[in-house]
Ligand binder design. Structure first.
Ligand code: THU
Length: 129
């Protein structure tokens, strides 16, 4: 199954009763394993979490720290763009050249890279004094 197909399948399980905007993410770690996530909203709106955060958490819990590829899908008029916070979260575990496939349910796809999504990212290098 392709990464995008995995993202599309898991998207159905998203919990998004407030926005009705379900997002599915699948990422492949450099180990070759695929991890999926969905957005999980909350009655206290800011407590919701994005699909990217869920997939990253699953990868980390499995003991992996490097992302090789990402796919994100939602029912949007254009391929869904990872939000700003998710760009930063992905950048923590992915090199600039990691490909991010963005899609909608109508089969429209676009590809970019983590570096293009977040040029000049704040990273742990900058924490070193
Ligand atoms: N959302 C994601 O899960 N990932 C993104 O990158 C964009 C936004 C979710 C958050 C919220 O549950 C819903 O989409 C609407 O913003």
């Amino acid at each position: 199954m392709s990464l995008l197909a995995a993202a599309r399948d898991i998207r159905d399980k998203a919990y998004a009763p407030y926005s009705n905007f379900k997002v599915g993410v699948a990422l492949r770690s450099t180990s070759g394993e695929v991890f999926v996530g969905v957005n999980v909203e909350n009655a206290a709106y800011p407590e919701g979490t994005c699909a990217e955060a869920g997939a990253i958490a699953a990868m980390i819990a499995a003991g992996h720290t490097r992302i090789a590829e990402v796919a994100v899908i939602a029912d949007a008029p254009v391929p869904v763009q990872p939000c700003g916070g998710c760009r930063q979260k992905l950048r923590e575990f992915a090199d600039d050249d990691v490909v991010v496939t963005m899609a909608n349910l109508n089969g429209v796809e676009a590809q970019t890279t983590v570096g293009a999504l977040l040029p000049g990212a704040f990273s742990k290098d900058q924490l070193e004094t």
